[in-house]
Design a protein around this ligand. Sequence first.
Ligand code: COA
Ligand code: AMP
Length: 643
Amino acid sequence: MRYRDIHELSVSNPRFFWRQKSDLIEWFRKPQEILTEDVNGLARWYEGGLLNTCHLALDRHVDGGRGEQVALFWDSPAAGERRRRTYRELRDDVARFAGALQGLGVAKGDRVVVYMPMIPEAVVAMLACARLGAVHSVVFGGFAPHELAVRIDDVQPRLLITASCGFEASRVVAYKPLVDAALAEARFPPPQVIVFARPQVAAALAPGRDLDWHELVERAEPAACVPVAATDPLYILYTAGTTGRPKGVVRDNGGHAVALRYSLKAIYNTNPGEVFWAASDVGWVVGHSYIVYGPLIHGCSTVLFEGKPVRTPDAGAYWRVIQDYGVSALLAAPTAFRAIRLDDPDAHLRRRYDISTLRSVFLTGERLDPATFEWLNLVLDVPIVDHWWQTETGWPVAANPMGLEPHTVKTGSVTLPVPGFRVAALDDAGTPVAPGKPGHLCLELPLPPGCLTGLWNDSDGFRETYLAAFPGYVRTADGGHLDEDGYVFVAGRTDDVITVAGHRLSTGGMEEILASHPAVAECAVVGIDDPLKGQVPIGLVVLRAGTAGGAAQIEADLVQLIRREIGAVAALRQVIVVARLPKTRTGTILRATIRRLAVEEQIVTPPAIEDPAIVAEIRAALREHRVGQYASQSLAADDAADL
Ligand code: COA
Ligand code: AMP
């Protein structure tokens, strides 16, 4: 069948289509219903089905003869370590650790927070939770204690799992002091913490609360897989929204397993036994779906890389990993290749490595700028596939379906809706707009398996954020258009979310933190285009009358405040004190105007602006602080045109 027929079948008869696909996985008990609706009209997939996601990812492969195949390659250039675990070894590690968790009383439905660097034990912790039917919530290691505390209070975990340290390109991050600070701040700290001690950094254990991973595992008996309902939650993953309060996206077990298994072949064209590498972090959705669950459920070998595209040790790191592990599909963020290109524009380092196993490169998480796309096409002779998805969807919404029928690429497009998804561009009233016209990109209900089933502890927020604006659709909060062939073009977020080096962050959340500073009367944080990170946040603040201390000192303090409260990953490096902010006559801050002023030579002054003279004032402030287009003369004209 051709792509168009497959897609048509998937949306016209989803029960038939997804019943067929449910045979891709092994069930302890087959589902009684394929598709039902919850109170919100959202799809519930595979009701009545019983399964275990860890069984699908590990035990099933060991039982089926894949036990000696490598399940996980771990590579940490900064720590100078490598490890590999076969399916049998990983199954045994996970069963043992699950036994240790069980010994501590962790049971089905309990929440477990995982705050770990990119080490195999992070994967073991996630899979051990899945084995017991416990619900993991992984928190990205680049978040500061406050962000960790907010998530702890929302999920109220039975347990937290961490490690003594992780490796960044130029520093070692000691995790335990961050965890201690978060637990001191949290209102619902878990009674127990498991710490995986890495040899490079020792962690002080609090008696009665903290437990040593190694000791626990030594004493533990392996635990069996606990059958769970298809609709039971597998994990909660927090993601940035409009406010400082992150949204806990809940994913179920059954739909998730089926969708990921389907995607590995249909989209990524990968076969069991091949090596799949998602160069992301287990703290993000890409890491959940395509470092841990997807490749393992599909019987691939997955790669866990505790390194960066550059500086660990150089811009050849990705090519080296592809060569060393025989990677056939690479999934990465465009930022990674912008970084490689900046350091090695002619890709000299690529020629040092044999990367002949590579069949395709998939990019996601942010806009793929034309310059990076063209560079990749010059440097590699494999398809470069831009595809679009979100934490909420859990797997790609639009892509070039490499395993079904590769399509002609249109520059700037993420190609076509994946089977199961109906994408529409709607106007403000919820009416589909004509091809080529910009609108709100929305997903028509029902959503296919694998997508969010709700927000943890926040069903009102869920309805309001995703369902209220456009009845019958889920709002993605991305703007864009479809062309006359149905190709999807994503223009960017329509809310306060920005993507910095592929990391999703809330400018609204940053504004809340800046506003909490006693010197700040008003503020605006906007994401401006950046030649490396895609976008970076900058803050503009107006000080309260009579504030003591120099502007430069306050600016520096505010940068530190964001780093302390959100974490280094926020990458807010510039806060600028201004006399006033551009506003409409009704007082709305014109954030888009600030954004444009930072990167465009000429802008059209918005008609609703309160005082047009402010445009020149803000431009002067941005120029003085060397923001955006004023940052560096080295930003070549052709690059700037692509921003
Ligand atoms: N734990 C602790 N700190 C972390 C972290 C983690 N897991 N991840 C990032 N940080 C820190 C970094 O050390 C850095 O700290 P610094 O300000 O002290 O230098 C800060 O957060 C910003 O990190 P990052 O945005 O990654 O910038 P960088 O300068 O360290 O690296 C790139 C730049 C382009 C090399 C890097 O951003 C990169 O690899 N991007 C690809 C992103 C990606 O794969 N995203 C996955 C989404 S699919
Ligand atoms: P996250 O939830 O962290 O995966 O971030 C999702 C957001 O990243 C989306 O809402 C988009 O704004 C952006 N995004 C993801 N993939 C793409 C893409 N291929 N092109 C443009 N933006 C993308």
